[in-house]
Design a protein around this ligand. Structure first.
Ligand code: ADP
Ligand code: MG
Length: 342
């Protein structure tokens, strides 16, 4: 459906997109994930024909975006990072104008405008001036504009940026609904955003594709196990004997002794399945065998760790960018209720 081959974009000396290749198939939600400045918007602007690439090519439904722009663009609806809204128009006027630009047949315009307003829930805002709408509603108008003409592919650049948690959930649900009929590509610098909505993730850093797989596979790769690190008073033989009888344990590895550790202790790492928590059981087992646990530390690798590792050099500023966003409206209300309990 979309074929991106060896895309390069240079701004002067700066390589914003660095030999990017990927393809997008029908009927899924694809996520571009990457820190700010990774090259997401640049890539999307090239794919939609807004800007030209330095090298490489983009085929949309078999049409080269530069050689057959009209045919290629007909397949795409685009919501850029800054939605192209006219603030002095009403919502209805703007969408009619957008329908004109998209050359939607005259006799279909009115129905389509009404239909997309209904889809994104802005029918009651039809006669309001865009400048008087909240950020969430402005975003919906932008989205309605992208859906006009019912293109096969809808490309959304950071569709939830600047919205509050409730609006984020609403837009997310809308995106999921749209994905029943359209292929969707969206970008975000927020991991939870992508993992909540997308079937397929492409992680971009410094203009390069550093990972691409289904959300499920990326999570499986990372969330496969629980890890426990322990330091116990005793010997390797005794530890082995005790752990032998715990069938929850998948693997055991001996750790290198660190300088501060006392003699007569051993350190090791064990892995269990993701949902298994054997800390209490271990505590009692070791106690029964008179082997005091001096240290026990549980770690779990997450998709977030993988993302951080793949995009290593931005580690510091990125920590702050991981906002927790509730999965559903109920969750967000729960959180509000919890907050008010404090
Ligand atoms: P993202 O959307 O992932 O945050 P962008 O595609 O906006 O990243 O930017 C990628 C890189 O290209 C950044 O380093 C940015 O500063 C640079 N860049 C983007 N647009 C321009 C431009 N018009 N002129 C010069 N540099 C640009
Ligand atoms: Mg961007």
């Amino acid at each position: 459906m979309i074929e991106v081959k060896n895309l390069v974009k240079r701004y002067g000396d700066h390589l914003a997109v660095d030999h990017l290749s990927f393809h997008v198939d029908k009927g899924q939600i694809y996520g571009f994930l990457g820190p700010n400045g990774a090259g997401k918007s640049t890539t999307m602007n090239i794919m939609t024909g807004y800007i030209a690439s330095t090298e490489g090519e983009v085929l949309i439904g078999g049409h080269n975006i530069l050689e057959e722009p009209e045919k290629a663009k007909k397949c795409i609806g685009y919501l850029p990072e800054q939605p192209p809204l006219y603030f002095d128009m009403t919502v209805g006027e703007y969408l009619k104008f957008a329908a004109d630009l998209k050359k939607i047949p005259k006799n279909e315009r009115k129905d389509q405008v009404e239909d997309v307003m209904e889809m994104v829930g802005i029918t009651q805002m039809k006669d309001r001036l865009i400048k008087n709408l909240s950020k969430g509603y402005k975003q919906r108008v932008g989205l309605a504009q992208a859906i006009l003409g019912y293109p096969d592919i809808i490309i959304l650049d950071e569709p939830t940026v600047g919205l509050d948690p409730k609006q984020i959930i609403e837009i997310r649900e809308l995106i999921k609904k749209l994905s029943k009929k359209h292929t969707i590509i969206l970008s975000s610098h927020i991991l939870s955003e992508i993992s909540a909505v997308c079937d397929y993730v492409m992680i971009i850093n410094h203009g390069k594709l550093v990972a691409s797989d289904t959300t499920e596979n990326l999570e499986k790769m990372t969330l496969g196990s629980n890890t426990l690190e322990l330091t116990v008073k005793g010997t390797k033989d005794k530890v082995e004997k005790v752990l032998e009888n715990l069938e929850e344990i998948q693997s055991l590895e001996w750790n290198k002794k660190d300088k501060n550790e006392e003699d007569g202790t051993v350190s090791f790492t064990i892995k269990t399945e993701e949902k298994v928590d054997i800390r209490e059981k271990l505590f009692y087992k070791m106690a029964d065998n008179k082997m005091p646990i001096l240290k026990m530390h549980s770690t779990r690798i997450s998709l977030e760790d993988v993302f951080l590792e793949l995009t290593e050099n931005e580690k510091e500023d990125k920590k702050e960018q991981f906002q927790e966003i509730p999965e559903t409206i109920e969750d967000s209300q729960e959180e509000e209720e919890n907050d008010s309990d404090l």
